[in-house]
Ligand binder design. Structure first.
Ligand code: BTN
Length: 255
């Protein structure tokens, strides 16, 4: 059972997570915050102990044992329209990495666009959803799934999963971890608005595939080339022969 008091004591934000909603069971925290008229306040955080239809990137499922992990979403509404949306996506993966390093001294690596890996295994994933009015984004929902105290991952996966308890070798306080993430997340939002290039540079420093020969799979399309860089919007720049191509979606792996 998630102890809200223990979480609240360490929460040091002005806005993010001050409206905190806890649900035993929810379809998907992202789906709820994306369309809810009830939970409509900027900075709202919805934590679901169990998701019946947890969603991952590219239409995949996100499956997570009840009560052992963190599956939550953050709603952003204020002051979002003038900033590059994909950078807050990359920024969120940086926040999770920083929290895992601060609290558990884990050696974290990022895989484009925002998989969080430890020892090449996936420890957390992030899903950004948004809605628009006209051509303006009016709601961003950042959904974060972190494997915390789950020790077994039966099934087949694109990338082998792991959890903090497996890597850190001890039971982890989900409450302390969530407060750390939200504290760092609020700081990151300020950087996203004022110093977006810092997000890009920090992300580059945590990605070990830049400069490597990679392949990118998007549905039935496959592309190969050298991972040249990310551009100023956070999209992947692939060098194919002597041409540069901008990649918006796909699963990256070493060739
Ligand atoms: C991925 O790596 O494919 C992204 C996974 C994102 C999972 C989180 S769990 C909380 C939020 N609600 C969802 O339905 N998905 C995200």
């Amino acid at each position: 059972m998630f102890n809200i008091e223990e979480f609240d004591i360490k929460l040091d934000t002005e806005v993010i997570g001050r409206n905190f909603i806890y649900c035993d069971e929810v379809e998907s925290t992202n789906s709820v915050l994306l369309s809810s008229k009830e939970f409509n306040q900027h900075g709202t955080v919805l934590l679901g102990e169990y998701q019946t239809k947890g969603r991952g990137r590219k239409g995949r499922n996100w499956v997570s044992n009840a009560g052992q992990n963190l599956t939550f979403s953050i709603l952003l509404k204020n002051d979002i329209k003038d900033h590059k949306i994909n950078l807050v996506n990359l920024g969120s993966s940086l926040v999770v990495s920083q929290a895992l390093e601060n609290l558990f001294q884990l050696n974290v690596e990022l895989k484009w666009p925002n998989d969080v890996l430890v020892d090449k295994k996936k420890i957390a994933g992030i899903l950004l959803d948004s809605t628009s009015k006209g051509n303006r984004i009016n709601r961003i929902v950042l959904g974060i799934g972190i494997n915390v105290n789950q020790s077994n991952f039966p099934g087949k996966f694109e990338i082998q999963p792991t959890s903090i308890c497996k890597e850190f070798k001890g039971i982890v306080s989900r409450e302390r971890l969530l407060s750390e993430i939200l504290n760092l997340f609020e700081d990151m939002l300020g950087i996203w608005k004022k110093e977006p290039e810092k997000i890009l540079n920090d992300w580059r420093n945590r990605c070990r595939l830049i400069g490597e020969k990679i392949k990118i799979v998007d549905g039935d399309k496959l592309k190969s080339g050298v991972f040249q860089d990310i551009d100023d919007e956070g999209f992947l720049v692939l060098k194919v022969g002597d041409k540069l191509e901008k990649i918006h979606f796909g699963d990256v792996s070493l060739r």
